[in-house]
Design a protein around this ligand. Structure first.
Ligand code: AMP
Length: 192
């Protein structure tokens, strides 16, 4: 049975680490639009050429390009048969609406918010980065998340698809919280 999962969370929430855990536990492909776009840029594909400028400027890539990348990825058999763990997409309401259309007549099963407060992710990210430039870049990206992506939390909560998990703790503690939250919501009859 296919399981279609979306993960939301600020940069620095530990999403990357937890996606590896979730992808292996639920045996679903981890689909990261950031990773796919970076390799498209590196390979110089059409999508890569179109995405390059916005990525370098720290902006969001235009919706139609990202939606095209996701659509191509969904056409591969693993995503069709097993479902997916979608990371970095949707980033705004337009993309969330496009996602519903891409998966129709099926639907997204569950959206997990890996919840870590802004002050906490800033501290984590500054630990990894350097100086004022780093702080400015971090604040710009977090502001983009607040304005574009955070509204999706209410959007999915309204559709009764959202589960919020506290992302503060050791990676193992957070993984255990995610497993219990998700296991409780697995589609009926799913024995993964
Ligand atoms: P990420 O690794 O998810 O932070 O993505 C890295 C960069 O890829 C972002 O800063 C955006 O420029 C671009 N990107 C990734 N996913 C999306 C998306 N869903 N919509 C627009 N741009 C995206």
């Amino acid at each position: 049975m296919a399981f279609r999962l979306v993960i939301l969370g600020r940069q620095g929430s530990g999403k990357g680490t937890q996606c590896k855990n979730l992808s292996s536990r639920y045996r679903i492909p981890h689909i990261s639009t950031g990773e796919m776009l970076r390799s498209a840029v590196a390979e110089g594909t059409d999508h890569g050429v179109q995405a390059r400028e916005s990525m370098h400027a720290g902006q969001l890539v235009p919706d139609d390009i990202v939606i095209g990348v996701v659509e191509e990825r969904f056409a591969l058999p693993d995503a069709h048969d097993r479902g997916f763990l979608l990371d970095g997409f949707p980033r705004n309401v337009v993309q969330a609406e496009a996602l519903d259309e891409l998966v129709a007549p099926a639907a997204i099963d569950l959206v997990v918010l890996l919840d870590v407060a802004t002050e906490v992710v800033i501290a984590r990210l500054l630990d990894r980065g350097r100086g004022d430039d780093a702080r400015q870049a971090i604040e710009r990206r977090l502001a983009l998340y607040e304005s574009q992506t955070a509204p999706l939390v209410d959007w999915y909560a309204g559709a009764a698809k959202l589960v919020s998990v506290d992302g503060v703790g050791t990676p193992d503690e957070v993984a255990e919280r995610l497993y219990s939250a998700i296991d409780a919501r697995l589609p009926v009859g799913d024995d993964r």
